[in-house]
Design a protein around this ligand. Sequence first.
Ligand code: H2B
Length: 97
Amino acid sequence: MAISLLDAAELAELKRELADWELTPDGKAIVRSFKFRDFVEAFAFMTRVAVLAEEQDHHPEWRNVWNQVDVLLTTHDADGVTARDVALARAMDTAAG
Ligand code: H2B
C-alpha cells in the first residue's frame, strides 16, 4: 500500500503541533519519551495506546522502564514518517493526558 512521506509543509506543521516529539537524525522517525507517576500509570497508558494502535492498524516501537515509556514512530511500509505516524502521535499525546 502506497502512503507518502510527509512533505516540507507537513513537517513544519508536525514541529508546531507535536512539539514534544522530535525527528530522529536520519529523519525517518519521530520519538518522544513519556513519564508517569509509576509503573502502573505507564502500563495503563500502554494498554490504552495498544487499543488505539489496533484501531489505526499502526503500531509503535517502544520501551518501558518503570514509569517511563520511550516511543519511536515510523511507517515501515514507507520507510519514513507519514500521516499515520502523526495520527498515532496525536492519539498518544491525548492518551497521556
Ligand atoms: N505499523 C507501523 N508502524 N508501520 C507500518 O508500516 C505498519 C504498522 N504496517 N502496522 C501495518 C501494521 C501492516 O503491516 C499491516 C499488514 O497493515
